[in-house]
Design a protein around this ligand. Structure first.
Ligand code: NDP
Length: 283
């Protein structure tokens, strides 16, 4: 029997900025799999229709990006426990009889990007400081707690959002402690931490940088910014000049795509130099 044609895509609104088609189409080619990964511009009010149409269209599944990551959960037949705990999903897999299952691979992508940058890094190494309490923070905080971070110091400009995130994730059975601290304490909170992660949009292209003095940050601490445009944010530049190992958001972006490709096409793809080059060329 002829090999089936592999079909997947990314639903978002807007979606034209997504780099996912570039990654998945390159992997399809590298693995000799006949198929295509397409951008799927789907308006929020038509998300249910679009998702329910996936099996009939022959899709193996799709990714979800802004603004669909939470709303899509309502249309799944099943939700992976990790995605449920995170309260958001970025991956749909079409199963037998057209059943839709939702997953979240953002936390995996984040964690893998840390390990790729510093293979000996352990979540147990010490307290973690996470700045921001939006969608990216959700994946970052849960993945660190799941891997044994003893505590997360969570700071957000709007403190109530940090409180809400902390109570949702704690209620979802996350191990470790989430300490919500006022945004004004973001410099003193760095004392004794093993990892600092910026998940705010400060430092993104066309946004002001994150104003943060690193004097209290231990020199051994890893510094990560989930932003990938630009690749080196002012925070990462400052940290690199201070001698820290730094991690940008490109690794998270590329690594979250790997388990999705595996779920649809049965092969765990690698971040090859060719893929990195192709991605860098778009930034
Ligand atoms: P959200 O809109 O959900 O959250 C934005 C966060 O930034 C909030 O915590 C917000 O605080 C904070 N923020 C915005 N402006 C300011 C400001 N002027 N001062 C202080 N804090 C501010 O966005 P996401 O979590 O989805 O995305 C955040 C960043 O992460 C983006 O740059 C995005 O590109 C990146 N990202 C990277 C991924 C990757 O794979 N590498 C994946 C997902 C996101 P407040 O609550 O007070 O508004």
């Amino acid at each position: 029997m002829a090999q089936p044609f592999g079909l997947a895509g990314v639903m978002g609104w807007p979606v034209s900025h997504s780099r996912s088609p570039l990654m998945h189409n390159l992997w399809l080619k590298q693995h000799g799999i006949a198929g295509v990964y397409v951008p799927l511009p789907v308006q929020p009010e038509r998300l249910g229709e679009a998702l329910r149409g996936l099996p009939a269209l022959g899709f193996a599944g799709c990714n979800l990006t802004i603004p669909h990551k939470v709303a899509a959960m309502a249309y799944m037949d099943e939700i992976d426990p990790l995605a449920r705990r995170m309260g958001a999903m970025n991956l749909v897999v079409v199963g037998p009889e057209g059943r839709l299952t939702g997953f979240n691979t953002d936390g995996f992508g984040f964690w893998q990007s840390l390990v790729d940058a510093q293979p000996q890094f352990r979540a147990e190494a010490g307290p973690v400081v996470v700045l921001g309490a939006g969608g990216a923070a959700r994946a970052v905080v849960l993945s660190l707690l799941e891997r044994g971070a003893p505590s997360v110091r969570l700071l957000n400009r709007t403190e109530e959002k940090a409180q809400q995130l902390a109570s949702e994730l704690s209620g979802a059975g996350a191990h470790g402690v989430i300490d919500v601290l006022p945004w004004t304490q973001r410099e003193s909170a760095l004392e004794g931490c093993a990892l600092l992660v910026n998940t705010t949009s400060l430092g993104m292209q066309d946004q002001p940088g994150l104003a943060l003095r690193l004097d209290d940050l231990p020199r051994t601490a890893l510094v990560c910014d989930v932003i990938y445009v630009p690749l080196e944010t002012p925070l990462l530049k400052q940290a690199r000049e201070r001698g820290h190992v730094t991690v940008n958001g490109l690794g998270m972006l590329m690594n979250q795509a790997r388990p999705a490709f595996q779920a649809w096409f049965g092969v765990m793809p690698e971040i090859t130099p060719e893929l990195k080059q192709a991605m860098l060329a778009t930034l």
